[in-house]
Design a protein around this ligand. Structure first.
Ligand code: SAM
Length: 285
């Protein structure tokens, strides 16, 4: 279940009720969760809080699930936001499902979605890519992978690396790609701004405070024209052969099957070739 990413007012009434009702709470850091529970006056049974983090999750998941067979109920929380989203919980949920246990969501804050919803960047299709790599080479490779990606891309980033990451982003994706930097969401110094990449890098450096806190970086998708809509030579050769014998839709379907090429650009090429051949026929008539 989700917990606040900064503003305690974001713990929903249902989340409070569930936290007060379950027999156990698996928490990323029991001290953080104890403070949250204390703030809301929520009591847990003795021994009710159990630490669940990346290093012990797989090992203790089975035991926790076995307890459920005896009528126990278990809530999973991380330090902030939605567990499992760049946070522990995956092995536990997987094990619960494998054991046939019911799993319910208590939704709430998630930094990635919160940032996306205020970014002003397209929200209809997006990829969440977790934390950017710590090393520049791997980070540049990560940006290379989204160079032609048409969907909006969402990353988490830490305080220490935000400047270097923006440098790498501009180096790989260029100055013009629009990027949103969202920091300290729901907190006192919340800030989010969307600018072309090079301008954002300059803006970020103008004030040292803009390098502090927790960040989400959102990168606009590549313009459709930059997408790799080209048809390679082999796919075009196959398509031309098939078009000579078959109607366009059938030729395209078979060409996709034979070459593994994407359907849309092949179909567009088929229409163009059909148009060209109509023109040729008219000209020679
Ligand atoms: N599970 C969490 C969620 O649902 O958002 C994310 C946990 S991940 C370990 C922590 C990262 O999330 C931070 O390094 C930062 O990139 C992002 N984050 C968390 N809280 C944030 C906030 N209030 N403002 C901006 N980014 C935040």
């Amino acid at each position: 279940m989700a917990t606040p990413i900064g503003n305690l007012g974001d713990l929903s009434p249902r989340a409070q009720a569930v936290l007060g009702a379950v027999s156990r709470i698996a928490a990323e850091d029991t001290r953080t969760t104890s403070a949250l529970l204390a703030h809301f006056g929520i009591r847990t049974p003795p021994g009710g809080l159990v630490a669940l983090h990346d290093h012990n999750e797989t090992r203790i998941a089975e035991g926790l699930i076995a307890e459920l067979a005896d009528g126990a109920t278990l809530a999973v929380v991380s330090d902030a936001g939605t567990p499992l989203i760049s946070d522990p919980g995956y092995a536990l949920v997987r094990a619960a499902r494998a054991a046939g246990r019911a799993v319910y969501t208590v939704p709430g804050p998630c930094a990635a979605i919160a940032a996306l919803s205020v970014s002003g960047l397209p929200t209809d299709r997006f990829v969440f890519a977790g934390f950017l790599p710590a090393k520049s080479g791997a980070r540049r490779a990560a940006f290379e992978r989204i160079k032609a990606e048409p969907r909006t891309a969402i990353y988490y980033e830490s305080t220490h690396r935000i400047e270097d990451s923006l440098d790498d982003l501009v180096a790989v994706l260029g100055s013009e790609r629009r990027v949103c930097l969202a920091r300290e969401l729901t907190k006192r110094f919340e800030q989010s701004i969307t600018l072309p990449a090079a301008e954002l890098r300059t803006w970020q450096r103008e004030d040292p405070n803009r390098g502090r806190g927790e960040f989400v970086l959102i990168v606009e998708g590549a313009p459709e024209a930059e997408n790799d809509d080209r048809v390679d030579a082999e796919a075009e050769r196959v398509l031309r052969l098939l078009l000579a014998e078959l109607p366009a839709s059938r030729a395209v379907r078979l060409a996709v099957e034979i070459t593994g090429a994407a359907r849309k650009p092949l179909y567009q090429l088929a229409l163009k070739l059909a148009g060209d051949s109509d023109r040729d026929d008219n000209e020679s008539a």
